[in-house]
Design a protein around this ligand. Structure first.
Ligand code: SAM
Length: 331
């Protein structure tokens, strides 16, 4: 049977997807990677880079809507200038453009051939025709190093995996690795406006090496000066283990009424006849609620205890002061 699959030696997990035909609809070797598009019976067309599945027509909404709308909605005002790094398939850009506040999108992908293929193969391939979109075929890390200070409201980094693992379990560096270095995160912080937000792909909690990688990136991001870095979770059956996450990093913790601002943005989007199919406002906070062991692993026990204290309604004694104080005041 024709299939495309990925094996994870650390967990012994193998995920595969059945293809309609062994023969791809398209196969093209670019300067950076082997680009393939296959037809599948249930998931529609799928984009594969160097043998690794990038998206399927059936469930690409899950990953791309969350990657785009969570930071765009979290932003205090309507984001005007947005940078999308990677995401050569165009789906994240498509979602960003649903926000009427957007006036300028810089889209930087290393591989112009991925963009050309996706233009022809996918329904959202017209995104690059939008006058607000400026495509740069370049390395995302080099582009950010050259960018001016404080220009972007939101940056979304939708990269392929930063590393691969060969059959003997050795790590292989991939072009996306440059997008996860200390220097690059420092530049992302520098080129964001003071209330800017970064969102980037941060792997799955179901593979120990991935969760460790995510925690390392979280540390780097916080050291770079971001005020917060929260892991949000996405359910997506075509990615290995069915779960993938992102790290949303705020330069300044939001002090505005996030719910009210999201309701207004959502209303404007619907009035313009634009819809989402996976993202809805309740996920803005719900996607950050993690299983207990993940929460403890990522944030440590202390933070969890602090959160618990915050959530508990204060007792009458706490409002009035301690028991003894209450006694004193009643005397
Ligand atoms: N959402 C997908 C996933 O998680 O599997 C990723 C989709 S997108 C097709 C990944 C894109 O990252 C590719 O188009 C690739 O060319 C691009 N890319 C890889 N390394 C890059 C780099 N250093 N700078 C910019 N883009 C890069």
């Amino acid at each position: 049977v024709a299939e495309i699959g990925e094996f994870f030696s650390e967990t012994g997990f193998y995920q595969s997807l059945r293809l309609s035909d062994e023969k791809p609809l398209l196969r093209q070797q670019s300067a950076y990677q082997l680009i393939e598009v296959y037809e599948t019976p249930y998931y529609g067309k799928v984009l594969v880079l160097d043998g690794v599945l990038q998206l399927t027509e059936r469930d690409a909404d899950a990953y791309n809507e969350m990657m785009a709308h969570v930071p765009m909605m979290q932003h205090e005002h309507g984001p005007k200038r947005v940078l999308v790094i990677g995401g050569g398939d165009g789906y994240v850009v498509n979602e960003v453009l649903k926000h009427e506040s957007v006036v300028h999108v810089d889209h930087v992908d290393l591989d112009g051939d991925v963009v050309q293929v996706c233009k022809q193969q996918f329904a959202w391939g017209k995104v690059w025709d939008d006058a607000r979109v400026h495509l740069h075929v370049a390395d995302g890390a080099a582009f950010c190093a050259d960018a001016a200070d404080a220009v972007y409201d939101v940056i979304i980094q939708d990269s392929s995996d930063p590393w691969g693992v060969d059959e003997s379990g050795n790590q292989i560096d991939l072009p996306s690795g440059a997008l996860y270095s200390k220097e690059h995160f420092a530049h992302l912080h520098r080129i964001l406006k003071p209330n800017g937000i970064l969102n980037f792909q941060a792997e799955t909690i179901a593979i120990p090496a991935d969760i460790k990688g995510m925690m390392d990136w979280r540390k780097i991001v916080l050291n770079a000066g971001f005020a917060s870095a929260r892991y949000g979770s996405i359910v997506i059956s075509s990615y290995p283990t069915g779960q993938l996450g992102f790290l949303m990093c705020e330069k300044k913790i939001a002090t505005h009424n996030v719910e009210k601002s999201i309701a207004a943005k959502m209303r404007r989007m619907r009035q313009a006849g634009l819809q989402t199919s996976y993202y809805h406002p309740a996920l803005q906070s719900a996607s950050f609620v993690l299983p207990l062991w993940v929460h403890r692993t990522v944030y440590g026990d202390d933070e969890e205890d602090e959160n618990e204290e915050e959530e508990v309604e204060p007792s009458a004694n706490e409002i009035l002061g301690s028991d003894s104080n209450a006694e004193i005041s009643s005397q």
